[in-house]
Design a protein around this ligand. Structure first.
Ligand SMILES: [Ca+2]
Length: 315
């Protein structure tokens, strides 16, 4: 009997120019009985194209077969930065996907406050409800025509929330169900948002809680960040998780996050009022690019240099 070892290698498909590449994956909530994994990455385009695709395991979840790709959605990217790219299933079994503002600088493509594009948004789609997906009831523009290729003539029904610059990492808190996002700022402010349906998070009128464009007198009808820090403490935020583990007794209910540039590990209590300053827990010296949560709900820091570090109690 022949055997075939199948590693999940899509390096022949993905293009990692600029900030592009393979960003995130989300296991189907019923994996491996539903043997599907959803992957977000960029391919070559002008200059890049975002892809969100379904891949299947053909051996009951042991490996993932790269030849099984089924494209869920694509979006042309006008620049190589701000591709978003995280994705996760909510407790509603819908797939949430983050996309950046299209890149360049200052939201030069005007996507942050434009709901006719999926750029600068958190998307919510029902990948079990149709091919390639169905629109869940409760999305703010659920009755509109779907935005094939990432754009449309009317507000996109895939949108769950918008006004984001580059929601690089997000997570659901398994206890509260809240969706926590780290939205990367431009030159001054990095922010943490709790995402709600139909929420507008302000970019590019706001950067964090501050006026960006215009630089003064900006509108105030946006959802305020739960927390923010300025570029004295870091330069590119990486969203993490609410700690629900058992190894660190006094950390329960804290949302932990970090900064790619400074390596600082931050936290805020889960029920913080908007504008709560983060507590600095550690100066890791790492390029914090992502966080992970194990099945026992302990948390891990992913260093861009290729190492993974468990968050433990300090002696
Ligand atoms: Ca914002």
């Amino acid at each position: 009997m022949s055997k075939k070892c199948e590693n999940f290698d899509i390096s022949g498909l993905a293009n990692s120019a600029g900030e592009g590449g393979l960003f995130g994956l989300a296991f189907h909530p019923n994996f491996p009985s539903t043997p599907e994994v959803f992957v977000s990455y960029t391919r070559s385009g002008t200059p890049l194209v975002s892809y969100v695709s379904r891949f299947r395991s053909i051996d009951n979840g042991l490996t993932l077969n790269a030849a099984t790709e089924e494209v869920i959605l694509t979006m042309d990217q006008p620049a190589t930065n701000h591709n978003g790219g995280d994705l996760a299933f909510g407790a509603d079994n819908f797939l949430y996907i983050g996309f950046g503002d299209g890149g360049g600088a200052n939201d030069q493509y005007g996507n942050g406050q434009n709901t006719n594009t999926l750029m600068g948004t958190i998307v919510r789609v029902d990948v079990a409800g149709g091919l390639p997906y169905a629109i869940p009831a409760g999305n703010p523009y659920e009755a509109n025509v779907m935005c094939a290729g990432g754009a449309g003539m009317t507000p996109c029904p895939e949108i769950y929330a918008w006004g984001l610059r580059n929601p690089w990492r997000f997570s659901f808190d398994g206890s509260s169900g809240k969706l926590w996002v780290g939205d990367v700022g431009q030159g001054s402010w990095e922010e943490i948002d709790v995402i709600t349906a139909g929420g507008n998070y302000g970019w590019n009128v706001r950067e964090g809680a501050h006026c960006f464009n215009p630089t003064s007198g900006c509108a105030t009808n946006f959802i305020e960040p739960i927390s923010e820090y300025n570029h004295g403490l870091g330069s590119s935020i990486t969203g993490g998780y609410v700690y629900r583990g058992s190894a660190i007794a006094d950390l329960g209910g804290w949302y932990l996050f970090g900064d790619f540039g400074s390596g600082r590990l931050f936290g805020v209590p889960e029920n913080s009022s908007p504008g709560t300053a983060p507590v600095i827990f550690d100066e890791t010296g790492l390029q914090i690019v992502s966080f992970g949560q194990s099945t026992d709900r302990e948390l891990y820091v992913v260093h861009f240099g290729g190492t993974i570090h468990q968050i433990v109690d300090a002696p």
